[in-house]
Structure formats: C-alpha cells, structure tokens
Design a protein around this ligand. Structure first.
Ligand code: UD1
Length: 434
C-alpha cells in the first residue's frame, strides 16, 4: 500500500492541468454496452476506477483497448460479443458506479445480473431508485444471493419521477430508455454536467434525448444505437481540489484545461473566504494573497456546492479566521476526514450532519489515514499547510479518482513524495534439517 510523505509550507505557484472527469468517463464507458459498434472515448483519466470499469467490461466479454503514448487518454470499447451480462461482487464492492451497467445491459440484452453494492465508507448507498425506474420501463427485477437480476423482452417507455435526485440513477435510466420502445419522461433528474455529457455521447450514438442538464429529460427510444467518438469533459472535482489547494497555501495558481462553468459554486465560496479568482475560458487563476475568512457551507445537488468538495473545503476552513458551519445534505456519514484533521490540530466538532470548524488553527504534521476518495484529498490539503512531514496512508483511495496527484502538486511547488510499502524485514533462514 503506497503512502504519501508531504512536507507542508510551500505555496502552490504555476500551472496545473486538469484531467478528464472520472464521473463522466464511467457512465460513458457503460454506454458502450448499448451498441455492437466501437465507441471511442477521449480524455479518459488514468485513475483506478477506470481500470476497475475496464476489468468489469472485459469480464463480460467486451474488447477494451487502452491508448498508449500520446493516445494515453483514449480508450476504444467494443461490446459486440458480450457473453456474461453480469457485474460480480468483487468489482461492485470496490466501485459502486459498476451498477451503471444495469440499465444498458437490460436494454440491449434483455437481462442483467448485478451485485448489490452494500454499504460504503460514506453511508448506506442504496440503488432502489435505479430499480424502481427500470420496473417502470417494464423490467422484471428479482433479488437473490446479494444480486439484482433484471429481465425484459424489450423495455417500454414510461414516466419516472425520482423521489430523490440521483446522479448515476438518472444516467442508468437515460441509457436504458435510449433503447426502449416509445417515449420516456424522467422528472426530478440530476442536473450535473456529467449527465449532460452522457446525453451528448448517447445522442452522437443515435439516441434522441432532450433536456439533459435540466430536471426533466425526455427520451424517444430507438431500435439501435451505433458507434461514436466523444471527448470527456474536464473533472470539476479535481478542478475544485486544485482551486482549494491554491487558496489554502496562499499560492498563485492557474488551473488549466477545466470548465469554470462547472465549478461556479466552488469559486463563489472560495471568493467568499477572501480569495481572488479570475476565470477565463478554460482556466481559473487563484490568487491567495489575502487572509482567509470563515464562510458557512451546505452541500447541494448541482448547481449547488458539490458533496465531493466538502472534505477539501473543510481543510480550507481550518485556516480561515472564524467559525464555519459545514452542512452535508447528500450523504449521511461523510465527515470521516474530520477526525483525521483534528489529529493534525484542527478544531472541528461534528454534530450529525453539521460540522463546526473554528479557525485559524495551525496544523502540525501527523500520520493520518485515508478513508474514502475525497476524504483523502482533504488530508493531502491539510498536510500541504501543516508544519513538518505528514505521512498519509492508504492512498489507494485517492488513486481511485485523482490522476497522479502527487506529480501534479509537485510540479507547482508542493513537497510531496509517494512511497511504496516497505518490504518486511528478511525472515531468518530456516534451520537446516538434521
Ligand atoms: C454520484 C457520484 C459521486 C457523488 C454523488 C453525489 C458518480 C460515479 N458518483 O454518486 O461522486 O458524490 O453522485 O453528487 O457519478 N440514493 C438513494 N437511492 C438510490 C440512489 C441514490 O436513496 O437508488 C441516495 C443516496 O444514498 C444519496 C443520494 O441519493 O443520499 C444521492 O446519491 P446519488 O446521486 O445516487 O450518488 P451516486 O450517483 O452514487
């Protein structure tokens, strides 16, 4: 298990480039199931979750070609000969987004077997809304031995109103409805940019989807979809993480290759804390020369402040003057990073869905442990301003969603190094038999 060693104190200065969005790439890869022709995806981030999705598609019989050299971020997926429409527990438990194959599999093959995801570090994460929606489209769903089994001759268009806004649920059903017979109307949809990006890809594949990016999506089902080429949008969470990192370290950083329209709520909040921001086309310049001041925060669905940026913001709040109240509205148990930040010297009190962070507190280096993807990012950020050398353990969590974060941070002045697990001391040689 790799670790990061980080010596805090350096402001981030220079230019850092954002990779493609993991959360847009995952549904795009699942969308390839909907056609027997190849789907070519560009700007795919080189992160662990993408490898997991690739393993999942390959285990079903898909051909997945990864680009190399200059085409390093391109992948070509051909699902002509899928033989096993199944997502096994081993893969689903490491990545919940594996459930995104459910809708496309039933839509194209009339059956799917997908392991139930179970709990995860940030709370119970059911998929009941995906299931209810598929039933509305005519699928028969049973549950046995920890698996969801779905079947249908051909899905039929229907009307779905989500009880709660769900990002992957919206994506799953949009993919299923693309091949259903007739029209589907989905209401109370997620409006995240990743949903719009998926709709753009599906429309290139011949789907007829309108309204993605709003809360009502209308889909006219088609008989068949074809191959397409598509470039994945930049990662808005990676963008936000670098913006916060620059603000926190008092740096002057250009976050390049991003889409500032996708990070409006994050930029606004960071500005509220006293940071100067200049957004320009596809980059954001962050100038952190003023002292930080506290600001309250509530996570919301897009276009509100993303839950995936809450942990990073908490690291920033430890260095802001005053009390910041952070309210987590999307997930029930998403403050695992708070206790680790407290071990570094932060003053944070968690009360149910609220955390009260009092700053400014000097952070001091400590050995800390990652618990989930975004929590890990907040520990890296804390360590960037901590006095001394921190050791961050279990960085495989961060590798799930950030492409070589240590190299990117080092290139703009951070002192960060990855170390592999030390080999155990050599065991004494066995005694010779007598
Ligand atoms: C996606 C993102 C994740 C982000 C989250 C919220 C991907 C691959 N992951 O996750 O990074 O943190 O959106 O922005 O895109 N819920 C139900 N029943 C369901 C589905 C969801 O009750 O069937 C609940 C969840 O428990 C949660 C809320 O709805 O409380 C939102 O979850 P959802 O939007 O579905 O998150 P994901 O799509 O899993």
């Amino acid at each position: 298990m790799d670790k990061f060693v980080i010596r805090g104190g350096n402001p981030l200065v220079g230019t850092v480039r954002v990779s493609g969005a993991k959360n847009a790439a995952l549904p795009a890869m699942a969308a390839a199931i909907l056609t027997e022709e190849p789907v070519i995806l560009e700007n795919i981030p080189d992160v662990r979750d993408i490898q997991t999705e690739r393993n999942l598609l390959v285990s079903m019989g898909a051909e997945v070609e990864l680009g190399y050299g200059r085409a390093h971020h391109r992948t070509t997926i051909c699902c002509k000969n899928l033989v096993r429409p199944e997502a096994p527990y081993d893969l689903v438990k490491t990545m919940r987004a594996s459930t995104l194959v459910l809708g496309p599999l039933v839509a194209r093959f009339g059956r799917a077997r997908v392991s139930l995801p179970g709990g995860c570090a940030i709370g119970a994460r059911p998929i009941d809304l995906h299931i209810k929606g598929l039933e509305k489209l005519g699928a028969t769903i049973t549950q046995e031995h920890g698996f969801i089994e779905a079947s249908a001759d051909r899905l039929k268009g229907g009307q779905i109103v989500f009880d709660k806004i769900t990002v992957t649920g919206t994506e799953d059903l949009m993919m299923a409805a693309a091949l259903a017979e007739g029209e589907t109307l989905i209401e109370n949809c997620a409006r995240e940019p990743e949903v719009s990006d998926l709709a753009a890809l599906l429309n290139k594949m011949g789907a007829r989807i309108e309204g993605a990016g709003t809360s009502t999506i209308r889909i006219q089902g088609v008989e068949k979809l074809h191959g397409a080429r598509h470039r994945i949008i930049p990662d808005r969470i990676e963008t936000g993480t670098f913006v916060v990192a620059a603000a926190l370290t008092g740096g002057d950083l250009i976050v390049a290759n991003c889409d500032p329209r996708h990070v409006g709520a994050v930029l606004q909040k960071v500005q509220e804390c006293g940071v100067k921001i200049r957004a320009n086309g596809d980059s954001v310049r962050v100038m952190g020369d003023n002292p930080l001041t506290a600001a309250d925060l509530s996570t919301e669905e897009f276009p509100g402040f993303p839950t995936d940026m809450q942990a990073q913001y908490m690291a920033l709040a430890t260095q802001a003057e005053g009390a910041s109240i952070i309210t987590e509205n999307i997930f029930e148990n998403r403050f695992m990073h708070a206790q680790e930040l407290v071990r570094m010297g932060a003053n944070i009190k968690v009360e149910g869905r609220r955390a009260i962070v009092r700053g400014t507190t000097p952070l001091s280096a400590a050995a800390v442990q990652c618990s989930d993807l975004r929590a890990s990012a907040s520990l890296v950020l804390g360590a960037l301003v901590a006095d001394g050398e921190s050791i961050i353990d279990r960085v495989y969590h961060i590798d799930r969603g950030y492409e070589r974060i240590e190299e990117k941070l080092r290139s703009v002045g951070a002192q960060i190094r990855r170390i592999g697990e030390m080999l155990p001391k050599r065991a004494p040689a066995p005694l010779a038999a007598v």
